[in-house]
Design a protein around this ligand. Structure first.
Ligand code: ARG
Length: 459
């Protein structure tokens, strides 16, 4: 069958080329957006007297029928069609006859595809935002339960200073909150309607782009038709926001894998989110977390892929741009899958506070507090730092920790040491005294949780 676009060419292409050229296999997922867009277009054409009201009703009914039948599965996609836009138009004309051929007045597939993709992706953003919120809520709940559970905080993966597990979890909640913000920001710029830009130059018909934009829930219209049909920066922005979010998830995933190992055993992941080994009966592998970490690379690939596709393209539309969809769809699907397993994985993990505390008790993570003790007694910090270092070295040589070294030994290093030093280097005190804003004290963690919850409530 000749193509809908048969004009100067016969519209008959080689089947292999046809297959190569077609995008219906992946753009069919935008059928709802395509049909909604066409309904709005028909309404606008009638409002401007370009088609009659009877024709509009005929088009709208036909489109509604197609939507219903695609939703129910009564109508199958014709994979012979080049893309979803051609499929809907062809099916419409098959159903309602010649009136169907009027739908494509004052538009082009170029503005249609830009429209559909923006509509599709803004819905994806809403869904991904909701799933991100669920993860933030799970992190905040776990943080609340563990706002006083002491663990070693690390730098360079070396034990550094004591923190609460709640404080640690809230660090990720804050990152994800910014991810939410990035998604919302990206949606603002995405929500600009390209329909009516037509092929590239606008149209000679007296159209009402504003009306179409309003009917479809857009905030405004693209003010330059060549820009409207040819930029995909909104998809690039979404991909970069998703890449950043995956980077955060991947770091958390990496830590869950570490924390769940026998070397740490700070947490135990629920059986629902671990797998066994086919040969080693004792194994509990954190496959879900590993997959999140692994899939991060794939989302980065989607970002770099689209950036590379776009970088040399002359204005306006080029067929290369058909390559925009698979990557961005894949990234959305991937992020959604990751978030769907992540939130319940956090909610169901068991926290081994005993092991965390034990790890915190070795490694001299209260050495900074020992130095601060001397500073409070009047010594300059640099000198206090030096003395504390010497004391740590002595403890190491004698197999002691700061808590067990007798006062007499301390006094050999400085006469400023008194009995109250033991209270100051108690891990609980170390955490509780970090009352600076954003610090690890219980009050500060409570404040963080309250802040995050208020933001979520107002979203
Ligand atoms: N399937 C195309 C795409 O995804 C739709 C736009 C095609 N326009 C054109 N003039 N070939 O980009």
């Amino acid at each position: 069958m000749p193509k809908l676009w048969a004009g100067v060419t016969a519209g008959i292409t080689d089947p292999v080329a046809d297959d190569f050229n077609s995008s219906i296999r992946f753009d069919r997922r935008m059928y709802r957006q395509d049909i909604r867009g066409s309904m709005a277009h028909a309404a606008m054409l009638a409002a401007r007297g370009i088609i009659s009201e009877a024709e509009r009703d005929c088009l709208t009914d036909g489109l509604a029928g197609i939507l219903e039948d695609l939703d129910s599965g009564a109508l199958a996609f014709d994979l012979q069609c080049e893309d979803i836009h051609m499929f809907v138009e062809q099916e419409l004309t098959r159903r309602i006859g010649d009136t169907g051929k009027k739908l494509h007045t004052a538009r082009s597939r170029n503005d249609q595809v830009a429209l559909d993709l923006r509509m599709y992706l803004r819905e994806e953003i809403t869904e991904i935002g909701g799933l991100t919120e669920a993860l933030i809520a799970a992190l905040s709940d776990a943080a609340e339960a563990h706002k006083a559970s002491i663990m070693p905080g690390y730098t360079h993966l070396q034990r550094a200073q004591p923190v609460s597990f709640g404080h640690y979890l809230m660090a990720y909640a804050m990152m994800l909150l910014r991810d939410l913000d990035r998604l919302a920001d990206c949606k603002k710029r995405m929500n600009v309607s390209p329909i009516g830009c037509c092929a590239l130059a606008g149209t000679t018909y007296d159209t009402d782009r504003q009306m179409e934009a309003e009917l479809l829930g857009f905030d405004s219209i693209a003010l330059n038709s060549m820009d409207g049909v040819s930029d995909r920066d909104f998809a690039v922005e979404l991909l970069s926001a998703l890449s950043i979010e995956m980077m955060h998830l991947s770091r958390l995933a990496e830590e869950l894998i570490l924390w769940a190992s026998w070397e740490f055993k700070f947490i135990e992941l629920s059986d629902a989110y671990t797998t066994g080994s086919s040969i080693m009966p004792q194994k509990r592998n954190a496959d879900m977390a590993e997959l999140v970490r692994g899939k991060t690379g794939r989302v980065y690939g989607d970002l770099i892929g689209l950036l590379t596709t776009l970088k040399g393209l002359p204005l306006a539309y080029n067929k290369d741009m058909q390559e925009d969809k698979e990557g961005v769809f894949d990234a959305c699907d991937t992020v959604k899958m990751c978030l769907r397993v992540f939130a319940p994985m956090i909610a169901t993990m068991q926290v081994r506070t005993d092991n965390m505390l034990r790890a915190a008790q070795t490694g001299f993570i209260n050495a900074t507090d020992l130095a601060d003790y001397l500073v409070r007694k009047g010594l300059p910090f640099r000198s206090a730092y030096k003395i504390s270092g010497q004391i740590v070295a002595r403890c190491m040589a004698e197999g002691q920790v700061l808590e067990t070294l007798p006062l007499a030994a301390y006094r050999e290093f400085s006469p400023l040491f008194e009995e109250d030093l033991y209270r100051e280097i108690d891990l609980k005190t170390c955490v509780e005294k970090r009352i600076s804003e954003g610090g690890t004290s219980e009050a500060s963690v409570e404040k963080q949780i309250a802040y995050v919850r208020t933001v979520l409530e107002h979203d």
